[in-house]
Design a protein around this ligand. Structure first.
Ligand code: SF4
Length: 233
């Protein structure tokens, strides 16, 4: 682990998630940002940020292919906390070129096409959102997948040139559910219908009991290719 990361890790050691977020927000004013896709982990962190008026920008990647339930919880969250959630859209020209050449559902045809679509709808807007920031907050938890299990709660992101912090990295799913219930936080009702991980509508399905957390994402592809490139270990 590099030295600056170890320093941040030491400073955050023993702090609860809200205190850790507060400390980072104070030490990186205007350069700390949280990405939400409105899953329940993200809703927990959104609540922590908005309820405590933490100066952390909250943003989402509006791919244009989200579930109606996701738009609903997005709206509900803005109404409830009366705070902005910044939407980053794909580059219009790149999107048009892809859809004009390959149609609206090219991602089912090959892994390359799927990565191209994720690249245009997610990765490029993400880079724009992260640009100029020093700390990226996420709702990743270790138990979500093997790839995520291999991550750390504080880590250096080489691709985006910033530090990532996952405040509820060590929480269990039950911890998340309990916090949501206790604080009456709006959440995506797809979670109640077998969707542990919610992304774009055409690329996400419900899973069966016992199936892996990511089994419902890009289910037509190999198991080990199931990250869209936003978070890699
Ligand atoms: Fe495209 Fe599917 Fe990736 Fe969404 S999840 S950006 S629709 S390939």
């Amino acid at each position: 682990m590099n030295l600056p990361i170890q320093n941040i890790k030491d400073k955050l050691s023993g702090l609860d998630p809200v205190s850790a977020l507060k400390l980072l927000a104070n030490q990186h004013p205007g350069k700390i940002i949280f990405s939400t896709s409105f899953g329940w982990e993200d809703q927990v962190i959104t609540h922590m940020i908005f309820k405590n008026n933490l100066p952390i920008k909250v943003f989402t990647l509006e791919t244009g292919r989200l579930f109606p339930e996701t738009y609903y919880v997005w709206n509900r969250t803005m109404e409830m906390y009366e705070k902005p959630i910044h939407a980053y859209y794909p580059n219009n020209e790149l999107l048009q070129q892809m859809v004009n050449a390959k149609g609206p559902s090219s991602f089912y045809e090959s892994v390359d096409n799927r990565k191209e679509c994720c690249g245009i709808r997610k990765i490029e807007p993400l880079k724009r959102a992260l640009d100029g920031n020093e700390i990226w907050i996420t709702g990743i938890r270790a138990e979500q997948s093997q790839n995520r299990h291999d991550m750390e709660d504080v880590e250096w992101d080489d691709q985006n040139n910033l530090t990532k912090f996952h405040p509820i990295f060590h929480w269990s799913l039950d911890d998340v559910k309990e916090y949501i219930k206790l604080n009456n936080i709006p959440y995506n009702t797809l979670h109640d219908r077998g969707f542990p991980s919610i992304g774009c509508q055409p690329c996400t399905r419900a899973i069966q009991p016992g199936e892996d957390f990511r089994a419902g994402r890009w289910w037509w592809e190999d198991q080990d290719k199931k990250e869209c490139g936003l978070h890699t270990a």
